[in-house]
Design a protein around this ligand. Sequence first.
Ligand code: NAP
Length: 506
Amino acid sequence: MQELKSYLAGRWVGGTGSGQTLLNPATEEPLARASSEGLDLRAALDYARSTGGPALRALGFAERGQLLKAMADAMQAHRDELLSLAIANGGNTRSDAKFDVDGAIGTLLAYAETAAALGNARFLVDGEGIQLGRSARFHGQHIAVPRRGVAVHVNAFNFPAWGFAEKAAVALLAGMPVLTKPATSSAMVAHRVVQILVEGKVLPEGALSLLVGSPGDLLEHLGSQDVLAFTGSGDTGARIRALPNIIRHSVRVNVEADSLNAALLGPDVAPRSDMYELFLKDVVRDMTQKAGQKCTAIRRILVPQALLAEVEADLAELLGRLKIGDPADEEVRMGPLANASQLQDAIAGVARLASQGKLVIGTGARHGTRGFFLAPTLLRAGPDATAVHEHEVFGPVATVIACDGNAAEIVTRGNGGLVSSVYSEDQAFIEAVVAELAPYHGRLFLGHPKIELSPGPGTVLPQLVHGGPGRAGGGEELGGPRGLAFYLQRVALEGSRPVIQKLIGK
Ligand code: NAP
């Protein structure tokens, strides 16, 4: 069986002990092992700080952007191999695997373009200079410079390629070396990506490190110049934030966590209209793409009371048609959940939701006897149900909720989310809903049938911010150049105008 090694301090190293076995979640066949036991993570961080950091800071933004382009090219050259690994170790259909791998490549390329627009400066000039006194000589100017530490990236299991790339692209562009830690159960894709980049000598020495296996004592060695970007469950996020070392050194932390994303069907939408069909299509795509294991997937479906029965029947019909099974079979449209514990959690979650509502389709039990399958599951919740606004079931599971004039208020019961979507052509309804939902979300998707090739609300685009308040972790990533702020230290320069202007090259 393949042993997945970590790439730390410039070399590939394996942990001691038996570690964790990585499986094919469709067949339960063991594929690889990973252990981080005994690895010297303090030394790995020191190496990245002292080697990768200076090498990246010696380059300007545009030059770092060329590195991102080279990363994208290297991944593209191995795309088929990466897709096959995502199918085997991630339970992805080929289309799911493309969503992850092509999303990673696209994000790297988007940031390469952002870099080109920033030119070859080594720091960012933030806003205009400000006259501070009566005379023009007393002057202020904000700039933002790369932090001197390591960007530690802890990722969730569901997007091993994109999760790596969307974080690494921004940190490397900002001038910080990266230590990336994929979730262990699906680490084969991220491991192979790093191998490809190391073999191709795409990045300067020390700019990229990889830890496979459990995080061990990694976070105990972070210091005040390091940053930690975490994606995963809200519980782990809360634990990480509360670590004494993180608090003591004021380590900058970004958390991307759970979300009970909602889709709202406007009261103006007629069944069978283009808007209605788009709504159905987006809900079905979000429930089944990656077997619903997307942080941005629609979990709550809010429909006018008068359309409840029709929407349920239409969704049941569309979801019932999907072929579920081993994604190695090209006819299969939905694969398994990522591992046994995810399946167990999803089954328990469906039971919790069903206890306050009704199963419309799905049994809430394991599908089949081999692999970690759950069939698409649609529930209906009553007006007083609370679990649907509190508990994310990370699988092909969503709940329909009937509403009348209070859709936006119901959505806010979810206590903050990554994205919600609105399907309506009634401008007054859209304005009211946006005003109500905006403070509780990182992104609002306004669906319209005339938008060609609309990716739906579940796709995270590098140009727009990703993250959300409250339950979603309170973090923010991406958003074009906005994402750089997390990795840069903003500093106000205050003094003589000519001196400051010379410093910033004006
Ligand atoms: P998880 O169990 O919280 O694990 C996430 C990552 O944290 C993994 O790499 C895991 O490593 C690591 N980890 C676990 N305990 C840790 C600790 N004490 N210290 C440091 N790292 C630790 O989450 P998951 O099951 O992989 O992912 C599913 C969740 O992620 C869902 O709730 C989903 O909503 C959320 N998610 C959010 C976003 C977003 O962008 N907001 C995106 C994707 C997923 P091991 O694998 O080695 O245990």
